[in-house]
Design a protein around this ligand. Sequence first.
Ligand SMILES: NC(=O)c1ccc[n+]([C@@H]2O[C@H](COP(=O)([O-])OP(=O)(O)OC[C@H]3O[C@@H](n4cnc5c(N)ncnc54)[C@H](O)[C@@H]3O)[C@@H](O)[C@H]2O)c1
Length: 363
Amino acid sequence: MATSAAGLFPDITGRFAAADVPFLRRARLRAERTRPYAGMTVLHNVPLTAETMCKIEVLALGGAELVVTSPSFMAPDPQCVEALGAAGVEFRREYRFPEEFDVVLDCGGELQPLVAPRMGVGELTGTGTRRYRAACPAYPVIAVDESRVKDLEASLGTGRAFLHALRRLVREPIDGRPFLVFGYGKVGRGIVRALAPHTDRVGVVDVDPGALAAAAAAGCDAMPAGERDRVAAWARQAFAVVTATGTPGVVTKGYEVAAFLGAHLANMGGEDEFGDAFAAGDVLCGKQPVNFSVSDPGLVRYLDPVFHAHNLVVDVLSHARHRPGVQPFPDFLADEIVDCWQRVFGEDLDAEPDLRRVDRRPA
Ligand SMILES: NC(=O)c1ccc[n+]([C@@H]2O[C@H](COP(=O)([O-])OP(=O)(O)OC[C@H]3O[C@@H](n4cnc5c(N)ncnc54)[C@H](O)[C@@H]3O)[C@@H](O)[C@H]2O)c1
């Protein structure tokens, strides 16, 4: 395998400033020096993008015998496929696995019915974690989604990516505009946080009293989902309505559809949260999560610690015995990664959004 000081895929990973990928950059140097994964077979199933190549590089340079696949919900980047081939790393288009693997690094749980690894699985997402849990696996599954590290991406990164995408798709000023957000979980809270520098007019709809209390404390107009007339009145005067509840069809099922049609409609959920009463053309990006449609080079700093943690699952599984079944990525490592990330980038993961802050800047 030919390597250089610039790494294995310099044309692709070189797109990112070293300062934006501090965890994977350091891990790569360690991997080259100590070859911690030599002799291990690893099946890697994460959407194949330029960012993912920074992660694959660490495993490959660390000596892992890799098979790379890409989940069905996103087409692999052809340049990345080509670069893997040039570096001698196998990219497999079909989910066919006659061989055995030591470790599976999965995203979305698509490999759960197909492969039973010797040592265990690292799973990135909540959907995939639920899938593995339901299957009661006989091997350990380390869930990165159930650690604080994932909040760096899900809350801070996704909020930022939402705003970046909306501004490119809508091309209208957003300052002072009213936004209605469905769901004040990790993603919804991140969206409100990203909006805070631009507007203090945000309505939040949720079913959970705790989430509503947190939204109210952040200065949002917090509405229980059952207050249909109040929610519809908010939607009528909203500049944009954003869904992030994880519940398909939440708007169609609960509310008067006409009240929503004057606003920009943006889905951030994994599934269509506007529902059947809305045509694909009524909702930005045909109902797909809006941030998937617009690439954001600034996002890599939020993915870097999460991808690093996902790779570290190989180390975690090889250094200690784990019971079968789903368990969170270890807290002591997650805390270390989050603390270090906060120091480097000066953002506080636990700071609640505050719409009453006064330092708003023009969009
Ligand atoms: N677009 C992206 O890049 C991206 C990234 C991460 C997650 N997601 C998706 O975003 C969605 C939300 O993820 P999350 O991590 O914030 O979930 P979460 O569980 O942290 O939060 C969901 C919130 O929605 C609320 N909710 C549930 N049902 C509701 C209803 N009927 N009406 C109003 N509120 C309701 C819950 O009480 C909770 O507060 C999921 O579909 C997830 O897959 C998207």
